[in-house]
Design a protein around this ligand. Structure first.
Ligand code: GAF
Length: 386
């Protein structure tokens, strides 16, 4: 892929690239929709992601070409003349990054040529947007000598999504894309930003990712609505409790807290957040103590919480979970924002081949879509690769 991205750069710009970078996508083991409620998450990065080859320019133009969106051609942004409205293409990530840097008074005095190519399947829900934003910030930081600290990159990348792209996301994706380490899962408290890298040794199990091949844009989906609902529930509970976010509600107090809310939908949202935090704690301990079988049960439990209480699944995703369990997975759940994307499945290695075969047979009877799956391993976060 390094050779490929360098070749793409040469073809598009007519000279050799200076540097190449890679920003991975992420998988979340558990802790979904908790990161904008001050809760816990347990993600890791995978080996698929976005590659970039770059070279600085003498003027103040940023030229970017994405092989995956080649139909949109080369996008050019003048650092002195930024578009006011959204471009409605991937150039918006670039403009968002530039605007957020300028807002924080960083001096952007040099242009860049950038070629990018992604191995993340569109519609996989593996956080390609956070990968792209973090990647661009890292390139600007290194090449324009902004010297951004890792945590600053994380926060700026989140701000691009929140303030320029209209997605009210939390900090999980950006954080793991910067801090992920090979063979580790990242146990993160999204409120304090304290984190631990815990060994991810699945022993006789594997994580299998299954892609629903349905894309959705978080800004258009009900993602932001969920954020608003949890905020509404928090406001109600703040009349009774001295709390800053829903994750401060302990499981033991859940029933009492739910008693303060009359709206049935808001009750369900709160129940998901509180029980999900508990599931993250449990899975972390189970992983550390090598109790993988129980991890599977909790993953499936989390899926039903996301489906029934948080209502962010989809009929197709529910079906993928059902097929996985029928095919012998020890646990299965949707991951990420929801309404599409991928499922994460915990499968015994001894069953792996049988699982894939059985899943494929059932899936292809029901759907006329390609069956897209991969076995995933925890990898390092963003970095310069050459
Ligand atoms: C998306 C968001 F970007 C994350 O911040 C997180 O909320 C996730 O959905 C759900 O857990 O990936």
């Amino acid at each position: 892929m390094i050779k490929h991205i360098k070749q793409l750069f040469l073809e598009k710009f007519g000279y050799e690239a200076q540097d190449t970078y890679f920003a991975p996508g992420r998988v979340n083991i558990i802790g979904e929709h908790t990161d904008y409620n001050g809760g816990l998450v347990l993600p890791f990065c995978i080996d698929k992601g976005i590659y970039a080859a770059i070279k600085t320019r003498q003027d103040k133009l940023i030229n970017i070409f994405s092989e995956n969106f080649s139909i949109q051609g080369m996008i050019q942004i003048d650092l002195d003349l930024l578009p006011k409205a959204l471009l409605n293409n991937y150039g918006d990530y670039l403009v968002g990054v530039i605007k957020v840097l300028l807002k924080h008074n960083y001096d952007l005095n040099q242009g860049l040529d950038i070629a990018i190519s992604s191995t993340l399947h569109v519609g996989g829900g593996l956080s390609s947007s956070a990968a792209l934003t973090v990647l661009l910030l890292k390139i600007f930081s290194d090449k324009l000598k902004l010297n951004l600290a890792q945590l600053e990159i994380v926060k700026l990348a989140k701000s691009v999504e929140n303030n320029y792209l209209g997605v009210k996301c939390g900090i999980m994706d950006q954080f793991v894309i910067v801090f992920s380490k090979r063979d580790k899962a990242l146990y993160l408290n999204t409120k304090t930003l304290d984190f631990e890298l815990i060994p991810l040794n699945l022993k006789e199990y594997s994580f299998v990712l299954i892609n629903s091949d349905t894309s959705r844009k978080l800004a258009d989906s009900k993602y932001n609505q969920r954020q608003t609902e949890t905020l509404q529930a928090l406001k109600i509970l703040q009349n009774f409790y001295d709390i800053e976010d829903l994750s401060e509600i302990a499981l033991d107090f859940l029933d009492e807290a739910l008693g303060k809310i009359t709206d049935v939908v808001l009750k369900k949202r709160v129940r998901h957040v509180v029980t999900e935090n508990e599931r993250v704690r449990k899975v972390k301990d189970l992983l550390l103590n090598n109790h993988l079988r129980e991890v599977g049960d909790i993953l499936t439990e989390a899926h039903y919480s996301l489906k029934d209480d948080y209502e962010v699944s989809s009929p197709l995703i529910d079906d993928l979970v059902e097929i996985a369990l029928k095919s012998g997975a020890s646990g299965s759940r949707m991951i990420g924002g929801g309404f599409g994307g991928s499922t994460l499945n915990l499968v015994l290695n001894a069953n792996l081949e049988g699982f894939i075969k059985e899943f494929q047979t059932i899936y292809q009877k029901r759907y006329e879509k390609p069956f897209i799956y991969s076995v995933v391993y925890a990898k390092d976060g963003i970095g310069k690769i050459d």
